[in-house]
Design a protein around this ligand. Structure first.
Ligand SMILES: *Cc1c(COP(=O)(O)O)cnc(C)c1O
Length: 329
């Protein structure tokens, strides 16, 4: 059970599950949405569920500050800054790339009191360790949270989330054929895949990679390892193998964090048909991919599909020009 592990409350749970009526009629599938954009931690998102376990672990270890890393518009960093503030912990963020103007999540990081350190993207992990070393030498007790919060402790948040979804689905009288969500560092995928297997979920769990396809099997082996380790923490002997992890690649478009037609069209469609904001980097790309899979018949007509909104609309303001391209309104 997921209540075996220490947990702090950061999210407003359960997040809503509801049907997208207008889009269902338009697309010919029975389309539902799980609103993890409404976890409510400083605009919400999927990292909040992971942080409930990660911050509890940090506190149990006597930490007085957390160190984590991400991209300039990282939703993980923004939610970590908010979670740390709520628990009286200082927060150091290592962001990959050149310093950028304080828009979107970067503005929120600053308002939430995080200290931002810029470093070239490939150096993020080593810079985190270096910072933690400096903090320790200065008498502080740092706790390093991996990129995306994607270790076994964080993944447990999405095992619990899968239980939550399946309970709500049963109540609503819908058995999903497929659950679709955007993936990057893999912790959400690890948790959902494990949660699905433990619960005997009969549908398919499909992760949409927002990154480039890896050139070897190492990444999915790592995700499977995180899932298996999370099972162990829950006192469960379930094993997850890489073959059980379904990932769709091919939606990288112009690159990580680059808004193109796929994201722009998906964000506009969801906004204009359902009044829901998707984000530019993850949820817009993931939903655009689902639209493509429906158009191509990879998702069959009439299927009951759940799109998991992972919450990154707070980055929209950093992409105003790309999002409005070609818009005459
Ligand atoms: C981090 C993030 C993801 C991907 O989750 P991982 O656990 O890192 O794979 C998806 N959507 C949003 C909005 C995110 O911030």
């Amino acid at each position: 059970m997921t209540d075996r592990l220490p947990r702090v409350s950061l999210a407003n749970l359960p997040t809503p599950l509801h049907r997208l009526t207008r889009l269902s009629a338009q697309l010919g599938v029975d389309l539902w949405i799980k609103r993890d954009d409404l976890t409510s931690l400083a605009t919400g998102g999927n990292k909040t569920r992971k942080l409930e376990y990660l911050i509890a672990d940090a506190l149990a270890r006597g930490a007085d500050c957390v160190v984590t890393a991400g991209g300039p518009q990282s939703n993980h960093c923004r939610q970590t800054a908010a979670a740390a503030a709520q628990h009286g912990l200082a927060c150091c963020l290592v962001l990959g790339g050149e310093p950028q103007p304080p828009l979107g999540n970067l503005l929120l990081d600053r308002l939430l009191g995080a200290e931002v350190h810029w470093t070239p993207k490939p150096n993020r992990k080593s810079r985190m360790q270096e910072l933690a070393g400096e903090l320790g030498a200065a008498g502080r007790t740092p706790y390093v949270i991996p990129i995306g919060g994607s270790n076994a402790i964080g993944a447990v948040g999405y095992v619990a989330a899968m239980d939550e979804l399946l309970g709500q689905a049963e109540e609503a009288g819908v058995a999903f054929d497929r659950v679709v969500f955007p993936t990057s560092s893999g912790g959400t995928h690890a948790g959902l895949a494990l949660g699905a297997k433990r619960a005997g979920f009969g549908g398919v769990v499909t992760a949409i990679s927002i990154d480039a396809a890896p050139t070897d099997h190492a990444f999915l082996e790592e995700v499977a390892q995180v899932a298996t380790e999370a099972a162990g923490m829950l006192g469960d002997s379930v094993l997850i193998s890489p073959a059980e992890l379904e990932v769709e690649y091919g939606y990288l478009g112009g690159g990580y964090g680059v808004v193109g037609d796929t994201e722009r069209d998906a964000i506009r469609l969801m906004g204009r048909q359902e009044g829901i904001l998707l984000g530019p980097v993850y949820s817009g790309r993931g939903f655009g991919a689902l639209l493509d899979m429906i158009a191509q018949g990879k998702v069959a007509a009439g299927q009951r599909v759940l799109y998991w909104h992972t919450g990154d609309e707070s980055a929209l303001h950093a992409y105003a020009d790309e999002l409005l391209e070609g818009d005459v309104g």
